[in-house]
Design a protein around this ligand. Structure first.
Ligand code: NCD
Length: 309
């Protein structure tokens, strides 16, 4: 069933059957990554632009490789090297890209809502690759893809997300997506890094990291986002690690064989111990692979119906 939406701006309004459709398509796309020749005609004749106003390794590269593997014409604009640094507005940049025949614009921006503003002004399909502290839908989709591949399904899973929830668009999108799919999300963070409105999302807040991890099927650690903090919201990195870091002892409280996840980039020895990040339960490197598959699936599904036409 094709996606009828023009854009993917967040998981807020994406129903379970659409998430399922994206994940099923991503499972098929995954086989292309294992193939000897990574080239398919799915995006032949399509033009894809990544427009990144914030740093990125995984997200930008996986969108770019996904476009190339599927034969699209792809280009990247980084804010510092474009007319954005001359004061051009986001809408003017978007309209310019539209005029050049762009079919999909993938945007990462420090301001929440920037992709929504862009989407309202361009014919191209817009994919949110992370907007400020708001949403990062493709990260949550790749996380769900990885969980599903290992645990068979998402309904009924207990997923513990530990760390800087307040600044995390990854946490927000995962709560929305996983809850829609029938999983239970348990959040744990220092009180200063836990927004009070999170209780309205359907996630449960655990008082301690031990409570959060008890019986968890999945343990996801989040990076401390120092770049988004104006002032110290926890006493010190050492103290953070002692109270909320995921180490072997804490991981033992989760279900045997529980998955260890992290969206990357990791601060080893802060939110996650190195022996946990590299341990047998870790699927962190697999998440990266799922990221390419999910982005291939989305680019295909959003352009198949002729988005932007
Ligand atoms: C995340 C992001 O940018 O929101 N990273 C990613 O996309 N892989 C998480 C982070 O920066 O900590």
């Amino acid at each position: 069933m094709p996606l009828t939406r023009k854009d993917l701006l967040g998981l807020q309004d994406v129903p379970a059957h659409e998430i399922e459709e994206i994940l099923n398509t991503a499972d098929m796309m995954r086989s292309i990554l294992y193939a000897n020749t990574k080239k398919t005609p799915h995006l032949q004749g399509k033009s894809i632009v990544t427009l990144f106003y914030e740093n990125s390794t995984r997200t930008r590269m996986s969108f770019e490789l996904a476009s190339k593997y599927m034969s699209a014409a792809s280009a990247n604009i980084s804010a510092s090297a474009s007319s954005v640094s001359k004061g051009e507005t986001l809408i003017d940049t978007g309209v310019t890209l539209d005029q050049m025949g762009t079919d999909v614009i993938i945007i990462r921006h420090p301001m929440a809502g920037a992709p929504h503003l862009l989407a309202a002004h361009v014919k191209a399909a817009v994919i949110n690759a992370g907007d400020g502290m708001h949403e990062h839908p493709t990260q949550a989709l790749l996380d769900m893809l990885t969980m599903r591949a290992h645990l068979g399904g998402l309904a009924g899973l207990r997923v513990a997300i530990v760390g800087d929830v307040a600044h995390s668009r990854v946490a927000r999108s995962n709560v929305l997506g996983l809850t829609a799919m029938g999983a239970q999300v348990v959040l744990c963070a220092p009180p200063t890094l836990l927004p009070p409105e999170i209780a309205r999302t359907g996630a449960v807040v655990a008082p301690t990291v031990e409570d959060a991890l008890a019986g968890a099927d999945v343990v996801m650690a989040l990076r401390i986002q120092l770049e988004r903090q104006q002032r110290g919201l926890f006493p010190s990195v050492r103290e953070y690690c002692a109270h909320w870091g995921i180490d072997k002892k804490r991981l033992a409280l989760a279900k045997p064989g529980a998955l260890v996840m992290h969206p990357g980039p990791m601060n080893r020895g802060v939110e996650i111990a190195s022996d946990v990040a590299d341990g047998v339960q870790s699927v962190i490197t697999e998440q990266v692979q799922g990221g390419v598959a999910v982005r291939m699936a989305l680019l295909y599904l959003l352009t198949r119906k002729g988005a932007g036409a």
